[in-house]
Ligand binder design. Structure first.
Ligand code: 4NP
Length: 152
């Protein structure tokens, strides 16, 4: 799960998908990272922590890190929260970039539409609630798709 700062959107996506995977009995290793590196070592934004906590998910122990090219070696799938993040991922990864392993997160819910998860960083608390709802829907979709594929 990758966004710009790794403090607002992607920590929520990590927390929500990890929670759903655990509850489904899947031992998935979900992590998140940011492309701008401005907040390395910091915990998620207090409003992301608050909104996750309201849904029973603790993301307060996460720490921001920068996305690195080697993430393409480590992970089966890399989701970019927005188009600018996808461009950054391609630039950072150089020859490690593997288009078969990367997609815009919202394309799981709206295939081919290339929509962005809005960045709540610049706005009020409601933005964090709105983003949580979007992320929850997408994570549910990712999990259902996986369970459908393995049960076919
Ligand atoms: P995020 O939001 O990418 O969802 O973590 C942002 C947080 C910080 C900044 C940009 C976006 N920033 O430029 O510091």
């Amino acid at each position: 799960m990758v966004c710009l700062g790794n403090i607002c959107r992607s920590p929520l996506a990590e927390g929500v998908l990890q929670d759903k995977a655990c509850k489904a009995g899947l031992s998935w290793n979900i992590e998140s990272a940011g492309t701008n590196g401005y907040h390395i070592g910091e915990p998620p934004h207090p409003l992301s922590v608050k909104v996750a906590k309201a849904h029973g998910i603790n993301i307060s122990d996460q720490r921001s890190r920068k996305f690195i090219a080697e993430d393409f070696d480590k992970y089966d799938m890399i989701y970019a929260m927005a188009g600018d993040v996808l461009d950054d991922i391609e630039r950072i990864s150089r020859n490690k970039f593997d288009p078969s392993k990367v997609d815009l997160f919202l394309n799981e819910l709206y295939p081919g539409q290339n929509r962005d998860v809005p960045d709540p960083w610049y706005g009020p608390e409601q933005g964090y609630h709105d983003v949580y709802a979007i992320i929850d829907q997408v994570c549910e979709c990712i999990l259902k798709k996986h369970l459908t594929i393995i049960n076919e």
